[in-house]
Design a protein around this ligand. Structure first.
Ligand SMILES: [Zn+2]
Ligand SMILES: [Zn+2]
Length: 314
């Protein structure tokens, strides 16, 4: 009897120990309480991280990259237009969606999932966009989710149909709103360099890449210093699509499956992520929603993506 009891106590202790370790590792991989996704609209990889000099993205190269993970084989494997790219990021599903805002995504987005699972008020989840046409992507057609758990939106001059606004206004709105409402989950669209790229004026396109490098740096600095976000925020900086290779067309346009349109950037920074790391594994836009789910320990079953495991510290 005594022997049996001793065994029982021994195995109980082992079980408890293993469980504690499991709990500890879950806690360890989930220091982030906030997630911010910045979508820089339509730069070509060859003018951003793919340019070995990184001359147009000095803040990314010098200030951000040493603190996070840079992915060199990140892709949009769906339709390489603005609304399709943003919809893939938000819902984890590639959909050839209308590009002027005339269509709502089929599947729910990670903002909706977070609002449903956290029970938090609408002011804790935001969709900001310089382009008004992004606004409909806050919602979805899925009958279980349509018109429910909708994030707060601040898109274009005043919502769908009101026209684009400058990124400087969007950045100001983002910082003001994050200071006021302290949202936990945010997606931000910056219209550059896509907007200037479409003019076909190379100098304007390059200037817009340099400007947007300053814009995400301003948001980065806010996250790094504001007490509500410092050391507890995961930041993703990515693109919705690239632009045609010179051999296919020109930097002035995009929208097909060429390498220039599909090969994009991803940078990830946060308390649970590795630092000063360059990763060349292949990941794609739909993986972002699933990875955000992992950070919040929330299930996102309608996402087709996989968790970007390489981001996390061991
Ligand atoms: Zn475009
Ligand atoms: Zn192309």
């Amino acid at each position: 009897m005594l022997k049996k009891g001793t065994f029982y106590i021994f195995f109980s202790l082992i079980f408890l120990l293993l469980n504690c370790q499991k709990e500890e590792s879950i806690k360890k991989c989930c220091l982030a309480e906030n997630v911010v996704v910045i979508v820089v609209d339509g730069p070509r990889y060859s003018e951003t991280w793919g340019d070995p000099s990184h001359e147009f993205i000095p803040h990314m190269k010098t200030d951000l990259a040493p603190h996070g993970v840079v992915f060199t084989n990140f892709r949009n494997n769906g339709s390489t237009y603005t609304n399709a790219g943003h919809s893939a990021i938000l819902s984890g599903h590639y959909q050839d969606i209308n590009n002027i805002g005339g269509e709502i995504p089929q599947r729910p987005n990670f903002l909706q999932y977070w609002l449903q699972q956290s029970g938090a008020p609408q002011t804790k989840a935001w969709l900001f966009a310089s382009k008004d046409k992004i606004e409909p992507l806050a919602n979805c057609q899925d009958s279980l989710w349509a018109d429910q758990f909708l994030p707060s939106t601040d898109c274009g001059n005043n919502g769908l149909g009101s026209g684009y606004r400058a990124d400087s206004i969007t950045v100001k709105h983002v910082l003001d709103t994050m200071g006021k409402y302290e949202p936990n989950i945010v997606l931000i669209n910056l219209r550059e360099p896509d907007f200037s790229g479409h003019t076909g004026i190379w100098e304007d396109y390059i200037a817009s890449i340099k400007q947007v490098d300053k814009d995400y740096y301003a948001i980065w600095q806010f996250i790094r210093t504001n007490p509500n976000y410092k050391d507890k925020t995961a930041l993703f900086i990515t693109n919705d699509h690239g632009r045609h290779l010179d051999s296919v067309g020109s930097f002035s346009s995009h929208g097909d499956g060429c390498e220039g349109c599909q090969h994009i950037n991803l940078f990830a920074y946060g308390p649970d992520f590795k630092a000063n790391e360059i990763n060349s594994d292949v990941y794609e836009l739909t993986d972002i929603s699933t990875t955000i789910g992992a950070i919040f320990r929330m299930k996102v079953p309608t996402s087709d993506g996989e968790i970007i495991k390489d981001i996390f510290k061991k």
